[in-house]
Design a protein around this ligand. Structure first.
Ligand code: SAH
Ligand code: MG
Length: 196
């Protein structure tokens, strides 16, 4: 696992931060999650981490970049996890995924999070959870107006729009955590949430 982290660092591949991945693994263990849909595999690091929790966990992960997809395939083989991890090469906004999952992990293009959520929330189990990564975006989301680069400012605004979208979505209840680069945990709103 260290060599994968090393490879990601050397090649500037934005894999999940240590604190974030530890949180995700604990969440999966505590909630007995067995099926995961991941949007954004990169080199397969987070998928491998999740699959290694136990052999009953099945992961489907989508990656649009062909070179990263090839790298992910290679890494999943190296960890002998091909039975647990299915990697799909394609744009998550184009591919069609059947079935429902206990966990949907959104960790791809930050500007598209609302679209990913809208497309894939139908693939969520009734008691399932959608976890999204990088919602603090290196601490930039607090002060978008201070960002000099126009593209970056637009991106950070889109992340903030996603947070607003989650907060205002009464069908779902979201908790935001300052873990790693900022994580949200979204579940279907239940009657007990409504009473709060
Ligand atoms: N989850 C990985 C890191 C993913 S980095 C880990 O923690 O190990 C984000 C990845 O999402 C990049 O590799 C990028 O190519 C991919 N990506 C971005 N937009 C995408 C899209 N629309 N569909 C599929 N993959 C996408
Ligand atoms: Mg991330």
């Amino acid at each position: 696992m260290d060599w994968l982290e090393e490879y990601a660092r050397e090649n500037n591949i934005p894999i999940m931060q240590k604190e974030g991945i530890e949180f995700l693994k604990n969440y999966i263990k505590e909630h007995n999650i067995e099926s995961v849909l991941e949007i954004g595999s990169a080199i397969g690091y987070s998928a491998i981490q999740m699959a290694m929790i136990n052999p009953d966990i099945k992961i489907t992960t989508i990656e649009r970049n062909k070179a990263l997809y090839n790298e992910a395939i290679k890494n999943v083989k190296a960890f002998d996890l091909t039975k647990q991890i299915t990697i799909i090469n394609g744009d998550a906004l184009d591919v069609h995924i059947e079935g429902t999952f206990d966990l949907i992990f959104i960790d791809a293009a930050k500007a598209q999070y609302i679209k990913f959520f809208e497309k894939y929330s139908k693939n969520l189990n009734d008691n399932g959870v959608i976890i999204s990564d990088n919602l603090n975006f290196h601490g930039l989301t607090d002060k978008p107006e201070e960002i000099k680069s126009k593209n970056l400012r637009a991106l950070v605004r889109k992340i903030n729009n996603y947070k607003e979208f989650l907060k205002n979505n009464s069908n779902y209840t979201t908790t935001f955590l300052d873990i790693g680069d900022g994580i949200s945990i979204t579940k279907h709103t239940t009657n007990s949430d409504r009473r709060l």
